[in-house]
Design a protein around this ligand. Structure first.
Ligand code: ATP
Ligand code: MG
Length: 250
């Protein structure tokens, strides 16, 4: 479903150029949930944004469903296949657009018909009733907003969802609800996920495999069993696991 090979992503020009991602490679088979973890600034969001077509300064290969993507603008077919959910549902929804407006606009952009029935279905899919149709973002809780953002991502009927810390802006009690929703949606719709999280417990729960990043590079790609058992190949990964356990105990 996704192939990333020798990906380099940079910002700016020398001498101020930032090499945010260097020589990153991983593949995600259809239906898998793949995690990206690593310390702040290690390049996790940058990888997702490059895949999503939000950054054009990169080299290497990004192929989605076997189709290599160019650094320039993506076509409509791309956005039908790939959608992204951002960390902050407060920022990602337009304050003056009702839920109905957000979803109908996305559905129309995708050339879909039968808009009302689709909106009802989407709201149902994300555990919000039709009663939420005419609410505005400020009339929703953080968790409800993220449900709307997820519904908007699903509206295109994508196959690959890019999730950038989808629950880290939410209250702990709501995080589990949204994670469970995402797990259910993946099973129901046969979706493939790439999920960024700084929380190894979340990745251990949600993902099949993961890449560990440090300073722009992928230091290790591993299965979640190895993560749970703490049997990482690289010293850096073992430190990261130990640190997250120490934190969990504290
Ligand atoms: N638009 C930009 N212009 C310049 N530098 C940037 C830009 N976006 C990101 N960077 C830099 O690229 C590096 C990687 O940033 P990125 O946002 O991918 O990190 P991250 O792993 O997602 O971190 P966090 O866990 O804090 O979200 C950082 O050094 C950051 O400062
Ligand atoms: Mg980030």
């Amino acid at each position: 479903m996704l192939t990333v090979e020798n990906l380099n992503v940079w910002f700016g020009h020398p001498p101020d150029r930032v090499d945010a991602v260097q020589d990153a490679s991983f593949t995600v088979p259809q239906g898998e949930s793949f995690g990206l973890v690593g310390e702040s600034g290690s390049g996790k969001s940058t990888i997702l944004r490059a895949i999503a077509g939000l950054i054009d300064t990169w080299s290497g290969t990004i192929a989605v469903a076997g189709k290599p993507q160019s650094a320039r603008k993506r076509d409509r077919a791309f956005f039908k296949t790939v959608q992204m959910v951002f960390q902050d549902p407060y920022a990602s929804l337009h304050p003056r657009h009702s839920v109905d407006a957000v979803l109908s606009e996305t559905l129309r952009l995708q050339g879909m018909d039968d808009i009302d029935r689709r909106i009802a279905r989407l709201l149902d899919d994300v555990g919000l009733g039709r009663g939420f149709c005419f609410r505005y973002p400020h009339q929703l809780s953080g968790g409800q907003r993220q449900r709307v953002a997820i519904a908007r991502a699903l509206a295109a009927e994508p196959r690959l969802l890019l999730l950038d810390e989808p629950t880290s802006a939410l209250d702990v009690s709501v995080q589990a609800e949204i994670l469970n929703l995402l797990a259910d949606l993946r099973a129901e719709h046969g979706l493939t996920y790439v999920m960024v999280s700084h929380d190894l417990a979340v990745v251990g729960h949600m993902c099949d495999r993961l890449a560990v990043m440090q300073a722009g590079r992928i230091v290790e790609v591993m299965g979640v069993t190895a993560l749970r058992q703490g049997t990482a190949q690289q010293e850096y990964t073992r430190q990261l696991i130990a640190a997250s356990r120490g934190y969990a105990r504290a």
